[in-house]
Design a protein around this ligand. Sequence first.
Ligand SMILES: *[C@@H]1O[C@H](CO)[C@@H](O)[C@H](O)[C@H]1NC(C)=O
Ligand SMILES: *[C@@H]1O[C@H](CO)[C@@H](O)[C@H](O)[C@H]1NC(C)=O
Length: 231
Amino acid sequence: ALCWKLPICFLFYQVVSGRAGLEGHYVAAVYEHESILSPSPAALVERRSALELMGRNLDVYEQQVLAAARQGAQIIVFPEDGIHGFNFTRSSIYPYLDFVPHSHSGKWNPCREPYLFNDTEVVQRLSCMALKNKIFLVANLGTKQPCERTDPRCPADGRYQFNTNVAFAADGTLLATYRKHNLYFEYAFDTPPQPDYAFFDTPFAGKFGMFTCFDILFFEPAVNLIRQYNL
Ligand SMILES: *[C@@H]1O[C@H](CO)[C@@H](O)[C@H](O)[C@H]1NC(C)=O
Ligand SMILES: *[C@@H]1O[C@H](CO)[C@@H](O)[C@H](O)[C@H]1NC(C)=O
């Protein structure tokens, strides 16, 4: 039952470093968002209407980031599927997917550099929330990654679709992405070819590792995240 109630299934993340702030503590906010859901998730819609629906959830996120920052939170974490919802098919979720570069090829600040990639409206808004409120922010969204026919694992529709966490620094920079490895009957999404070991550093509490929900029951990526990366 852990993951069946998706609206309350948070991104599981842990402080896996022993370091803490000078005062030995930090303030984290976790917002349990009741998503505004598409009334017909199996229907094919335009990107524009997908963005409109996600924008209503992001409006709530924006208020909560502001409220958390005002109360001194240094990091805020949002739940799995909180922006797009669930019960999609592989094709019906497509308009809800942002493009997020996965390779760690340089730093990207989506709020400051929105023009670098197409279909990044959701990550831009999240990045701007972090930047405006000077707070680290972790959220979950659907992402797409085009692939070539020469890649034997490339799905027939020419793209990977991932259940992805994104972490932003307090200046809006994208620090880390994590693609869920152990999907829970999520037929709209693909399992990444290799497990992601995703973590990011903070000035107030050292390193945070990321994995999502059902992942907590499995060896990969959680155990190796700690063993191999010695967090
Ligand atoms: C999602 O699908 C499940 C299983 O088919 C169904 O029980 C549930 O009511 C659906 N939820 C929404 C919000 O459509
Ligand atoms: C974005 O899409 C437009 C229209 O398809 C294209 O002309 C443009 O080159 C793309 N920009 C980037 C950064 O990929």
